[in-house]
Design a protein around this ligand. Structure first.
Ligand code: NAD
Length: 333
């Protein structure tokens, strides 16, 4: 059977944010497909260990893409840029660092897109987010125009920067003829997660608390907030398929309709771990939109019906292993 990613064989591909959670899985897929990968990361949040198993099969450049000319120098002679680098943390950080998230990401994205134009690459992937959608967006959310209402409140600065990335990327396509793909992913997780203490994302946070023995387990908000989660490897598969088949500067959701509440998620993690803590809620803490789920009609159409390869239950078992690897012998509270 031919690989679904045969298109990538022999292509010169830059992955920005390659040592990040999703970037590292994307590099795996590209290497498997036979691409010539230049992996770029400043390691501000990424970790090199996520790429060590690819040593000798990719090139790695440690570089801050906000530094003058860094992106321009690196992109010279490259064919495709998959732009994943960004500053992104869990809701506890985003919710009161809007200005920082906005300014940093706008600066980074402009430098990367300018460098794509200067290097005359053929194709670019701009990775946006489902946080561009307003809090009152319909659910499942179809690909609404980028300027619909305000980005979700809890991630306003980050979401606004991603809106500007989409607008600038579409302009790049119009003015240079570069083929641009734009994706709006939901929530990723993977056993390669890097613990960020109180600023961590919800799945690792709940796994850590349950495995640490928190009882009762306190969930932020009402516990009824619903989310769609996708393993980072499935982010990567969708990113490659959309970049290959739908580089039309028209955003595509990367996520699906199925959701779990935070309470259900906590119970599923408990099941995977063989633990049954009592569950309490803290409504004074931010919880974001009540329901976030993606209308996947366009994603399925442009990717030839791609569906998740990692079911949530299997992914949660991977996260329990992540906990044991990350915290055995250590007290990280
Ligand atoms: N993880 C999610 O749930 C999620 C959801 C929606 C969208 N996204 C988007 O997907 C992309 C990948 O997400 P992720 O979870 O892998 O994020 P991540 O934070 O794990 O990876 C981002 C990487 O970018 C690198 N980086 C940051 N600033 C840089 C700079 N100036 N120069 C070079 N490298 C820099 C970081 O070191 C990090 O390794 C991001 O654009 C993110 O906004 C992620």
């Amino acid at each position: 059977m031919t690989s679904p990613f045969a298109y990538w064989q022999g292509r010169r591909v830059v992955v920005t944010g390659a040592a990040g959670l999703v970037g590292s899985h994307l590099c795996d897929l590209l290497v498997e497909a036979g691409a010539r990968v230049l992996a770029v990361d400043d390691l501000s949040k990424g970790i090199l260990e996520r790429l060590t198993h690819l040593e000798g099969r990719i090139q790695f450049a440690k570089a801050d893409l906000c530094a003058p000319n860094a992106a321009r120098d690196l992109f010279r002679g490259q064919e495709i840029v998959l732009h994943l680098a960004s500053r992104a943390y869990g809701i506890a950080y985003s919710a009161d660092h809007h200005d920082e998230m906005y300014r940093f990401n706008v600066d980074l994205n402009r430098k990367v897109l300018d460098a794509c134009a200067a290097a005359r690459v053929a194709r670019v992937l701009a990775v946006s987010t489902s946080c561009v959608y307003p809090d009152d967006a319909p659910c499942p959310t179809p690909e609404l125009p980028v300027n619909t209402g305000e980005p979700e409140k809890a991630n306003r600065g980050y979401g606004q920067a991603k809106r500007e990335l989409e607008i600038d990327a579409a302009r790049l396509a119009r003015e240079t003829g570069i083929a641009v793909a734009i994706v709006r992913p939901v929530n990723a997780y993977s056993g390669r997660y890097k613990w960020e203490g109180n600023y961590s994302h919800v799945i690792p946070m709940l796994v850590k608390r349950i495995m640490d023995g928190d009882d009762p387990l306190v969930i932020w908000g009402s516990g009824r907030q619903r989310r769609n989660f996708l393993h980072a490897v499935d982010f990567g598969r969708c990113f490659l398929a959309v970049t290959e088949h739908y580089a039309t500067a028209d955003p595509v959701n990367v996520g699906y309709e199925e959701t779990v509440t935070m309470e259900e998620l906590a119970r599923a993690i408990g099941d995977a771990a063989g633990r049954r803590p009592a569950i309490r809620f803290d409504p004074s803490k931010p919880e974001g939109r009540l329901v976030k789920s993606a209308d996947s009609t366009k994603l399925r159409r442009v990717t030839g019906g791609m569906t998740p390869s990692v079911p949530l239950a299997a992914g949660l078992r991977e996260m329990i292993e992540w906990y044991h690897r990350s915290f055995s012998q250590k007290d990280t509270r």
